[in-house]
Design a protein around this ligand. Structure first.
Ligand code: GLN
Length: 220
């Protein structure tokens, strides 16, 4: 909400399915995806969220929000977790490990820089962060993260996924597919508002004159 305010946009928090009717686009923030799924289930939000995505309305998922938007989630404790889906990718929920392994990294972001100007890189804040391991043909990769050789990945999390699947040691951390945007990091925790501005443009492209409210759901 604060990041949007910096761009002169007022967001509305969405907690109930019927509130989704009043907004044109949606940000699903970070938090903890199992808890968010339980809350979304309790409030019967999943059908309305899926409908929102299917209608082609712009939706941006950051971190746990990205997990929510993915068609498939892997990694620990994913059993039975419900997802909204729509984004054709496989996300590893806790790829980079637990809270203490949170980190920041400078990410090359060519598409963002060409559309929004500013530096060629974006400072990614990764908090118990997921990573995207696979994407479908419709998905545009906006940022990836080459894993430095000295980076220690927890053997319960990313290290296993890498060994199983990856010869090339890099993972995807930002994607776009039509109306959907996903980032594994937290752009709202930096002073750089370019991802928010990028999403606002996606939203206004789709809304074409209709009032494009930006809202948030869940989080923590
Ligand atoms: N890995 C977390 C999860 O599974 C997400 C962390 C975050 O949103 N910062 O939900």
């Amino acid at each position: 909400m604060a990041a949007l305010r910096r761009l002169g946009v007022k967001g509305v928090e969405i907690r109930k399915p019927e509130q989704l009717d009043s907004v044109a686009s949606l940000i699903i923030p970070g938090g903890e995806s199992t808890t968010m799924a339980k809350l979304a289930e309790y409030h019967n939000l999943f059908p309305a969220l899926r409908e929102f995505v299917k209608m082609g309305k712009p939706v941006w998922g950051t971190c746990a929000g990205l997990i929510f938007l993915a068609n498939k989630a892997t990694g620990q404790k994913t059993g039975g977790q419900e997802l909204v889906g729509g984004l054709d990718c496989t996300v590893h929920r806790n790829f980079f490990g637990s809270q203490v392994q949170s980190f920041e990294a400078e990410l090359p972001v060519p598409d963002l820089a060409s559309k929004e100007g500013g530096p060629e890189t974006f400072r990614g804040v990764f908090i118990r962060a997921p990573a995207i391991l696979e994407v479908g043909p419709e998905v545009q990769v906006l940022a990836d993260y080459p894993i430095p050789s000295n980076k220690v990945l927890d053997s319960n999390f990313g290290a296993d996924a890498l060994e199983e699947k990856w010869s090339e040691k890099k993972v995807i951390v930002a994607v776009k597919q039509g109306n959907l945007l996903g980032t594994a990091f937290h752009p709202e925790l930096t002073a750089d508002t370019r991802w928010h501005s990028y999403f606002l443009k996606m939203a206004s492209d789709v809304a074409q004159g209709a009032s494009s409210s930006i809202v948030a759901v869940g989080g923590g």
